[in-house]
Ligand binder design. Structure first.
Ligand code: SAJ
Length: 414
């Protein structure tokens, strides 16, 4: 089957880069998003968020006429669904965006199309998406039974690292899991248009699990590092030196502790494993709990450090969820600053985040948090390093910072 046109449903952190890269290879791509501001931005050749090299790729593709955006799916040879899959309530996966996408694209199908789910999904979500489509289109089938035209449904989880998306889209290996082996083969052909890594074929549930397992592996290992930071603090040794030394062992590779785990992936996906097998996924659950409790530990440390100071000034370096990006969503740094502002209403919190021009509303609204430049915080009673931005590493290399009390959650001073 030749794939000349692709509909990409969801123009977020994954959908838009994927749409742009396909379009740059000459595929006609129609991106679909429910957010009018995103559709308008893309049609102007602009990007609604920062990701290195994405703006250039989108502008080029829109100018070439291979990429445009709209709010409703149109007929295409293949569809890629890249919509959010958050969790709800007690960490159960919320598949409502996949369901909406399935119902929106179903009327456009003529039979013969490939449908790929890219959203990180709990086991069974790809089949659920196919069932939502077939409910709306009982004239179609997955296997051609009763002479009904077939649709081919597969899962190909995204695995790109924010900040390196345009590189990793091309270089990472991909896992493709089909509901049928034909669907997997067709999806492989689609990804081969831009992916230079290996494209590994399996079934849909194994592909869904692979993605969850990759992020859980990271979460468990970061939890180990975070737990070590608490143990080292209690025992009175420097955790950074401890990890650096232990990592000299040829089979030890401990990750870095931090103020907690942020982002929309590693702090979310392990819960899908826990939800799928609550009694078995004990370590995975505990890792989540360890990582989720770290911000509170940092807050308690900071509160203790300013005890006895009537109106303390606390410098908080970084609000993003990790180094060198502007993404403040699900950021432990932001959570820590908010919590500190509430715990210490008499304190002034000087937040430094070189990647944003203004404070997010929740922090601005608190009244005792102000956004400052790095050179405006040196008189603070306590400095908390929350993000290891490259700018901070350079600036903190001098010894001025060492004259104040520092809580270095990222080992920038180590
Ligand atoms: N972190 C630490 N210590 C470490 C490494 C990370 O505290 O040693 C923290 C970071 O500061 C951040 C969080 O963990 O708050 C996650 O950062 P990350 O850079 O490890 O990962 P993400 O969330 O940006 O992207 C991950 C990647 N998954 C893996 O590396 C297995 C990426 O490949 C996935 O595509 C992405 O999740 C996703 O979309 O699922």
């Amino acid at each position: 089957m030749e794939i000349n046109t692709v509909g990409v449903i969801g123009l977020g952190y994954i959908g838009l880069p994927t749409a742009a890269i396909l379009a740059s290879k000459g595929v006609k791509v129609v991106g679909v998003d429910v957010k009018p501001s995103t559709v308008e931005a893309v049609n102007r050749g602009e990007v609604p968020f920062v990701e290195p090299d994405l703006a250039r790729e989108v502008a080029g593709a829109v100018q070439q006429g291979t990429l445009r955006a709209t709010d409703t799916p149109e007929p295409a040879d293949a569809f890629i669904v890249a919509v959010p899959t958050p969790f709800q309530g007690d960490h159960e996966p919320d598949l409502s965006c996949i369901e909406e996408a399935a119902k929106a694209l179903a009327p456009q199908l003529r039979g013969g199309e490939l449908l790929v789910l890219e959203s990180t999904s709990p086991p069974g979500a790809t089949r659920a998406m196919a069932e939502w489509v077939l409910e709306a289109r009982p004239d179609l089938s997955l296997d051609g039974a009763d002479g009904r035209p077939q649709i081919h449904v597969a899962h190909c989880p995204e695995r790109v690292l924010p900040g390196r998306v345009m590189i990793e889209l091309v270089t990472n290996d991909r896992i493709v899991g089909g509901l049928t082996s034909e669907a997997a083969r067709l999806a492989k052909d689609l990804y081969a248009v831009f992916c230079q890594g290996k494209i590994l074929l399996t079934d849909a549930v194994t592909a869904e699990m692979a993605k969850l397992v990759e992020n859980s592996y990271r979460d468990v290992n970061i939890a180990f590092a975070n737990e070590l930071s608490l143990i080292a603090d209690k025992v009175g040794v420097d955790v950074w030196e401890l990890i650096r030394l232990a990592n000299h062992h040829p089979r030890v590779n401990i990750l870095q502790p931090g103020p907690g785990v942020g982002g929309h992936c590693i702090a979310v996906d392990p819960w899908f494993l826990v939800d799928a097998a609550p009694e078995q996924a004990r370590l995975v659950r505990t890792a989540r709990e360890v990582n989720d409790s770290k911000p509170q530990w940092v807050v308690d440390k900071a509160v203790a450090a300013v005890e006895g100071i009537e109106a303390p000034t606390i410098a908080a370096l970084g609000l993003a969820f990790k180094a060198d990006i502007d993404d403040l969503r699900e950021s432990p740094a932001r959570r820590i600053v908010a919590e500190l502002a509430d715990r210490l209403p008499q304190a002034q919190i000087l937040a430094v985040e070189p990647h944003v021009r203004e404070l997010p509303e929740d922090l601005a609204g608190r009244g005792n948090v102000v956004l400052k430049d790095l050179d405006q915080i040196w008189g603070a009673d306590v400095t908390i390093v929350l993000v290891d931005h490259s700018d901070f590493r350079t600036a903190l290399a001098g010894d001025a910072i060492r004259r104040t009390s520092v809580i270095d959650t990222r080992g920038v001073l180590a």
